[in-house]
Design a protein around this ligand. Sequence first.
Ligand SMILES: C[S@@+](CC[C@H](N)C(=O)[O-])C[C@H]1O[C@@H](n2cnc3c(N)ncnc32)[C@H](O)[C@@H]1O
Length: 284
Amino acid sequence: MDLNKIYTGNALEVLKTLPEGSVNMCITSPPYWGLRDYKTNPAIWNDGWQGELGAEPSFNQYINHLCDVFDKVKRVLKDDGTCWVNIGDSYNKKSLTLIPFRFALEMCNRGWIVRNVIIWQKTNATPQSAKDRFTVDFEYLFFFSKNKKYYFEQQFEPFKTSTYQRGLRNFTDNKSLNYQGYGKTQQKNFHQKVINNELSGRNKRTVWQIATHAYHGAHFAVFPPALIEPPIKAGCPEGGIVLDPFIGSGTTAFVAEKLNRNWLGIELNPEYAKLAEERISKNK
Ligand SMILES: C[S@@+](CC[C@H](N)C(=O)[O-])C[C@H]1O[C@@H](n2cnc3c(N)ncnc32)[C@H](O)[C@@H]1O
């Protein structure tokens, strides 16, 4: 298997050619249902339907096709591998389709374990014209694992300023006893770590505030690198392999390279694959 390369073709077919149990993690953003035309060649699906993923007449059929692709991803993942999928919701006949949750439920039916639902809150979300509902300013990032035990490098974020300030307090102050269930010994240990500057921070939370990222060469939304850095650091050891079966403009590839991981990409549209390769080599 050649590493650090984009394979051109339908992910459903290309994945069958990759060795079983070979990649550490998958991170991807598939085409959304009914949203964009990627001008790809029509792909042939397991149920005989021919067309572009996302252009199916019903969202149930789209979800089945998408989960068929992730069945193939599962075969290629190592037993301790994880799979991270960014997907947004959309409106149809006035109602939210709830496709992200229908998709996550079908993934569970097919044996995946859902470990987190991460909210990517867009700090620069586009204003919407609707006046009879709130403006949607987030998408989901689902974190699945293949098995109960999996590779995961814990990620940290800074504590709140007030937590550090509390940690600096003098423990002769009685008010500091039993703060939110933490006893005096725990607080003393925490205090010691704050003054010795030994804290890594707190376990990373699940609402991530990140601006969308413009990339002028692509006709679709690309990943902001900040969205995929924590999953790649958490889900793939250095020197391991990150897979993106819908690689688009190649963001997963250059973030993986920056973090000293190998990568494999799949893209149905040969023009996008070529653009992605140029973008990746420029980022080297
Ligand atoms: C949402 S874009 C991915 C964007 C990517 N995350 C980035 O940062 O550039 C989805 C990509 O999937 C590709 N695609 C659509 N159907 C596909 C299929 N069946 N197999 C592989 N790629 C496909 C589209 O051409 C498009 O480039």
